[in-house]
Every structure is written in structure tokens, then in C-alpha cells.
Design a binder for this molecule. Structure first.
Ligand code: AHR
Length: 499
């Protein structure tokens, strides 16, 4: 099979906001406890953070990490996690039915994020709490000194404010499962008033209002429109969440789920712009796709976990090779929409539906999905070029007109590099992929990285962490104004040129 991509350096989607490579740590399962934090572990640092995990996190180059939830935040009392650890209460945590020890709270997580080279994207509780607590939390985090909460922070050893820039106004407030779920009217009002108060206290922050919990929520669309009608002037982003899975073991359809993500993004953009029009506003609302990933492998196992444990192994999806291809397609889709998607968070980062796994007291390793994320985060920064693609398409019982090649080119003018990400969705055929480089005279190949495996269900484990790993032996021939790359059947490709 053959396919062709034309790239023109003047035809751009937009500048990629680095925060599109964000991730997420929730107080859930073994994400925090026995994930990023395990004081007795042989690699633990002076604060009990695992250095082996930190090393893997750093490879992913994550600029922003959403915290502390997720569903968890809707019942969270942030004051439980500050001050002397001896006095911190244990709580029955109602979102995930565990015991929360509060050993890690806002201050410790700030420190972890600093060590990881990330910013924190802080969520406030709009489930059981409201504007007053959000305001107090913001004062604790961002106010320099001389007020009750800023001085409380200083008394806890944090002299300098945390200066958290991005704040989420609650989490999935449309979901019946959410603690303190709300109607769109109720949430729109509370989001507006909370945003107003928070921006009075710190006008430099950016705020994310909750969109629908996923594309197929019965209130999707109307929810976004109503929330935006109320809060438009005070917020900066609306959130999107979606998880994907191969529940019917229909890989050809599964590999097409990024088309669904694309539809979701374009629908939310249309709703934002509809509200902009009816408000005669000059302001544009951007998108924060702050929960996305594959999530389905662990669903059955989770039903068997006894409640009220500390850090049980919840949501521990073991990802296979085809999941990595899907994550690659999803990353390309986010990049293709980077004119409006400014923030995105791979949910989550460690142990809980995560690219990084750990054993309690033992090893840490990279799952299959680690690699496309690592490549995109390290080589996908710059300007996204409009991908003009010609290739064959396929259909299944569930999806129609799926291009065999999913691709995007990113030009990094600072580094003088052009990187092309491409997934070949075909289960049977290699593709001869012609890249028209007419605009990049003298481009030379740096490397062609490939992630591939014969077995779509192959996984990485603690004993065999290198079953699915990338290699740099991809074949790309460059001539004057074009390159011919071989996209092996069902493969993820990163083709890097110096320009
Ligand atoms: O990421 C796991 C959960 O998925 C989050 O807590 C919630 O926001 C979503 O439903």
C-alpha cells in the first residue's frame, strides 16, 4: 500500500502548547502511596519519593500534572493534608472506597512536582464544598504573606507561594457517580461564582470549567453550552474527558477510536464558539483534555477489591501493544487540534491506568503506552503543520472511512528539526509513505524510530520489561525534496529530520 503526506511550513495548525503533554496523579489506588511515594523503598529520597519512579517520569518530560483528582477531589478536605503529619486525620474516602491517610497533601505534592520538573494543575472541590474553600486554598497556595492562610503555609515551612497557575473548578460534575454532582444550571452558577472570587484574589490564574465526563453523556452539548453561558467571562478552558477500550476485541475498530476523539474536540470547539457568538464576545475559550487514555483492562478486577484499604491496586490496566498504537493515534489527534487544545493530561501517570508501573518495595517499569507518549512529549514540541494526507481508508461494522495512516508533522524552529509521527493502522500491509519535503530543502534524516510487535497483545511486565520497546532501525530514504518511509504493518513511527 502507498500513502502520501505533504507538509508546507506556512500551513500551520498552530503552536503546540507544551502543556498538551500533561499528566495526572490522583489520590487513588497506588498512584500516590506506593507509586510516587514509598518511604521504605530502597530508592526513596529524603521525602520518601521513589527515585526509580521519578527517573521514568522525567523521561516523559511532563510539564504539568493535574492533582489531587479526579473523583477524589469532590469529597476532599485540603486542610487534612497540611501541617504536622502526626495530626493529619485518616478519612473514609467515598469516591474509591479506600482509607486516605493524608500523608501526602498539597505541600508535599508541590515538592514532588518540583523535583519532577512539572507544574501542578490544582483541582478544587466543588462537590461537597464550594467557593469559600476554593478561595482559602488559593490563598494558602498563591498569596505571598500577611494573611491567615498564606501565613499558615509559611508556618508549614513553605515561605514562598506555590504560584499555581492552572486550577480546575471541580471534576466531572455532570456524572451521577460524582460526589455532589450537579445539574448544568447548578454547576454553571457555582463555577461562575467560584471563578469570580478566585480571580479577585489572584488575577494571574487560569481556570478550567468542567465539560461533560465523556462524549456520550446524555447531557453532552447542552451541558457545555449552559456552563459556558454562565461562566464564560471568568473561565479560560473547558475540560474534556474520555477513555477508550477494546471491549469487543475488535482491533480494527479500536484503532479508529481517535476519530471519536477528533469528533469530540470539534464538537466542543463548535459549542464554545456558539456561546462566543451569542455573547458577542471577543474572548476564545480553549480546551483542556485533562483526562484521556485507554481504560478497560482492569474493570473486572476492580469489582473484586475489598473496600476501605489503604492504596489497593485499583485501575491497574496492563497495557498491550495495540493500546500503545491507540495512544499514539490519540496523541496525534491532540496535536492535530493544538490550535484549540492547549492542555491535555494522560490519565494517569503511575500505577493507576498509567504508563509507569511499580511493585510495592520492588521494581518500576515502563508499560507499552509509555513510549509513544515519551516520543510525542520529547519530539512533538514546536509548530504543528496541517497534514495533507492521501491514503486508503477502511471501514468496519462500527466505523467508516478510517485512514490507514494517522499522521502529523511538527516543526521545531529552535532545534531546527522536523518530526513526523505516523501510525500504520493496517493489520496486514506495510505502507510506502512518501513525505513531500518540498519546503524543507536539505532536510536530513536523524532517525526513524519504530514501535512494533507481531503480537498485538504483547505486554511489558516487571520480569520482562523490554518485550515492547522502540528501535531506531526504521527505513526512510531521503532524496532532494522527498522522503520515502516504510511504515511497517501496525506500527508507531517517529521520523526525525534535521532541517
Ligand atoms: O482517572 C480515573 C477517574 O476517571 C477519575 O477520577 C475521574 O475523573 C474519571 O471518571
Amino acid at each position: 500500500m502507498k500513502a502520501r503526506l505533504i507538509l508546507n511550513k506556512d500551513f500551520i495548525v498552530g503552536k503546540v502548547d507544551d502543556r498538551i503533554f500533561g499528566s495526572f496523579i490522583e489520590h487513588l489506588g497506588r498512584a500516590v502511596y506506593n507509586g510516587i511515594y514509598e518511604p521504605g523503598h530502597p530508592t526513596a529520597d529524603d521525602m520518601g519519593f521513589r527515585k526509580d519512579v521519578m527517573e521514568l517520569v522525567k523521561k516523559l518530560n511532563v510539564p504539568i500534572v493535574r492533582y489531587p483528582g479526579g473523583n477524589f477531589v469532590s469529597g476532599y478536605r485540603w486542610e487534612d493534608g497540611i501541617g504536622d503529619r502526626k495530626n493529619r486525620p485518616r478519612r473514609a474516602e467515598l469516591a474509591w472506597h479506600t482509607i486516605e491517610t493524608n500523608e501526602i497533601g498539597i505541600g508535599e505534592f508541590q515538592e514532588w512536582a518540583k523535583r519532577a520538573g512539572s507544574q501542578v494543575m490544582q483541582a478544587v472541590n466543588l462537590g461537597t464544598r464550594g467557593p469559600e474553600d476554593a478561595r482559602n486554598l488559593l490563598e494558602y497556595c498563591n498569596f505571598p504573606k500577611g494573611t491567615y492562610y498564606s501565613d499558615l503555609r509559611r508556618s508549614h515551612g513553605y515561605e514562598e507561594p506555590f504560584n499555581i497557575k492552572v486550577w480546575c473548578l471541580g471534576n466531572e460534575m455532570d456524572g451521577p457517580w460524582q460526589i455532589g454532582a450537579k445539574t448544568a444550571e447548578e454547576y454553571g452558577r457555582i463555577a461562575c461564582e467560584t471563578a469570580k472570587i478566585m480571580k479577585e484574589l489572584d488575577p494571574t490564574i487560569e481556570l478550567v470549567a468542567c465539560g461533560s465526563s465523556h462524549l456520550y453523556m446524555p447531557t453532552f452539548g447542552k451541558w457545555e453550552a449552559t456552563v459556558l453561558e454562565h461562566a464564560y467571562n471568568y473561565i479560560d478552558y473547558i475540560s474534556l474527558h474520555n477513555y477508550y477500550g477494546n471491549r469487543d476485541n475488535d482491533t480494527r475498530s479500536y484503532l479508529a477510536c481517535s476519530l471519536d476523539m477528533d469528533k469530540f474536540i470539534k464538537s466542543v470547539v463548535a459549542i464554545c464558539d456558539y456561546v462566543k457568538a451569542v455573547k458577542h464576545s471577543d474572548k476564545t475559550i480553549y480546551l483542556s483534555f485533562d483526562e484521556w487514555n485507554v481504560w478497560f483492562h482492569s474493570n473486572e478486577a476492580d469489582k473484586k477489591i475489598a473496600p476501605w484499604q489503604i492504596a489497593p491496586p485499583q485501575l491497574e490496566d496492563i497495557y498491550n501493544f495495540e493500546d500503545a498504537l491507540v495512544v499514539g493515534c490519540l496523541l496525534i489527534t491532540l496535536l492535530k487540534n493544538c490550535d484549540r487544545v492547549k492542555i491535555a493530561c494522560l490519565a494517569q501517570l503511575v500505577n493507576v491506568i498509567a504508563p509507569i508501573m511499580t511493585e510495592n518495595g520492588g521494581r518500576a517499569w515502563a508499560q507499552t503506552i509509555f513510549y509513544p507518549f515519551m516520543h510525542a512529549s520529547n519530539y512533538g514540541r514546536g509548530t504543528a503543520l496541517i497534514p495533507v494526507v492521501s491514503c486508503e481508508k477502511y471501514s468496519t461494522g462500527k466505523v467508516k472511512d478510517v485512514p490507514y495512516v494517522e499522521t502529523i508533522g511538527i516543526m521545531n524552529e529552535d532545534k531546527k528539526e522536523l518530526t513526523i509521527f505516523a501510525v500504520n493502522r493496517s493489520l496486514d500491509d506495510d505502507i510506502e509513505f512518501e513525505i513531500d519535503l518540498r519546503d524543507f530543502a536539505n532536510a536530513s534524516l536523524i532517525e526513524h524510530i519504530v514501535l512494533e510487535h507481531d503480537d498485538m497483545k504483547a505486554v511489558n511486565t516487571a520480569d520482562n520489561p523490554d518485550t515492547v520497546v522502540p528501535h531506531s532501525n526504521g527505513i526512510t530514504d531521503v532524496s532532494a525534496d522527498k522522503a520515502i518511509a516504510r511504515l511497517n504493518k501496525h506500527s508507531w513511527n517517529v521520523i526525525r529530520f534535521s532541517i
